[in-house]
Design a binder for this molecule. Structure first.
Ligand code: UD1
Length: 398
């Protein structure tokens, strides 16, 4: 590209943002954008943040707002206060936000009030459940955004229903899947060691859970853990636990649902070498959060995944691994309609029933949604180049 560079501020804040921004930053670099990466610091533990930068080869953030934890209002407000001066000083042509976390809304709102165009990647997804903080973040970010990049066709229907003009909506695919496709082979080679045993050499399931509707609700949390304990009598389940989930499990005294990491070892005779190989015994194993590559490795080797995460519903669809979603709704309906996902909520019987069906051979397999092909970021940057070079940007004032 020739002439003046397009200056963009890209925002990241929480764990699921990092793999969405990676491919976009790479394409922007190729298109010669001037990029500033701002990390709000919403996630700050090494294993929830810096590890991802290292593994994904992301550029170091130019600015870290170090906002940390707090109530929703505190976190959102504090990000807004801290990011406003940066926007005013840098005068970007665009602020780009991804996903649905508090950092997404805070930065979109601040930019929008300063008259800076906003791009929202992963726009239009709706669970229609306003008790989810992410749903509120999605709806409000989409009202403010000037360029809405969508991952599936349901999003276009939602946005049009909410009165968003069609010319602002661009169906580009899924940048989280761009990252998955890029790193799948590398991740596949990484062992996942528990007690020195590579669990990938045996059959196992994976659990992730962090949504307030499951973690803060004692009844739901117990139902899920009871179901998982029952399922784990047949297959060990590995549970990389979000710090908040683990805190809550300890607080209400539910650690007895988990197997002791040190003692859960079996042995199996390898018929070729006639030698005993150590295996992880049945049970649910809570481990620390994993980095991107280790988690992808764990997921690709698994027979079944239980989750309440949004991104994992998408990743299992592409990997064609049965996904039992511990929610009553999903903002990503394509993963249920054509992918490998089923919704079971926190219903103990349903969780066990769907797991048995999958493990007994009638697994739900699916197709890969349109444009989930590794080229979403390329499409986004192409749109931005054509849009931003044809619309001059207004001057900013406080
Ligand atoms: C946030 C997102 C959620 C996303 C999730 C992925 C919002 C509203 N929620 O939820 O959509 O799916 O990230 O993980 O933005 N904590 C740590 N270390 C950290 C980060 C958090 O210990 O590095 C603990 C703290 O106790 C903190 C709590 O987790 O108070 C909640 O963190 P927060 O960023 O508010 O939300 P998440 O639950 O992580």
């Amino acid at each position: 590209m020739s002439g003046k560079k397009i200056k963009v501020i890209n925002i990241v804040g929480a764990r699921p943002n990092f793999m969405k921004i990676g491919p976009i930053a790479e394409e922007m670099e190729k298109a010669n954008f001037e990029q500033i990466l701002v990390h709000t610091g919403q996630h700050y533990d090494y294993k929830m943040s810096k590890l991802f930068f290292n593994e994904l080869g992301l550029p170091r953030p130019h600015i870290n707002l170090s906002v940390g934890s707090g109530s929703h209002a505190m976190q959102t407000g504090e990000i807004m206060k801290r990011v406003e001066d940066i926007f005013l000083d840098e005068k970007p042509s665009l602020v780009l936000v991804v996903g649905d976390v508090n950092s997404t809304l805070a930065c979109a709102l601040t930019a929008s009030k300063l008259g800076i165009p906003v791009a929202h990647v992963e726009a239009g997804l709706r669970s229609f459940d306003r008790s989810m903080p992410e749903e509120i973040n999605r709806v409000l970010t989409d009202v403010l955004a000037d360029y809405l990049f969508i991952t599936e066709d349901s999003a276009a229907v939602n946005l049009e229903r909410e009165g968003i003009k069609q010319e602002k909506i661009f169906f580009v695919g899924n940048t989280m899947i761009d990252t998955l496709i890029k790193f799948k082979k590398k991740a596949g080679k990484i062992p996942v060691l528990i007690n020195g045993i590579d669990v990938k050499k045996q059959s196992y399931g994976v659990l992730t859970m962090h949504r307030p509707c499951n973690v803060e609700n004692e009844r739901n949390l117990k139902n899920i853990l009871k179901a998982l304990k029952e399922i784990s009598m047949n297959i060990p389940i590995i549970f990389p636990a979000h710090p908040r989930t683990l805190k809550q499990i300890k607080r209400i005294g539910l650690m007895n649902y988990f197997s002791d990491i040190k003692s859960g070892i079996n042995s199996r005779i390898n018929p070729i070498r006639k030698k005993a190989l150590p295996e992880l015994s049945n049970g649910v194993y809570a481990i620390e959060p994993l980095g991107y590559l280790e988690f992808l490795s764990l997921m690709t080797g698994s027979k079944i995944v239980f989750t309440d995460s949004g991104g994992i519903q998408e990743e299992t669809t592409v990997l064609n691994i049965p996904c039992i979603t511990l929610r009553d709704n999903t903002e990503r309906p394509v993963t249920v309609r054509i992918g490998s996902n089923v919704l079971v909520g926190a219903d103990r019987e349903k969780i066990v029933h769907e797991a048995e069906k999958s493990l007994n051979g009638s697994k739900k397999s699916g197709k890969i949604p349109q444009f989930w092909d590794g080229n979403a970021a390329k499409r986004i940057v192409k749109v931005l180049v054509s849009q931003l070079t044809s619309h001059p940007v207004a001057q900013l004032s406080r």
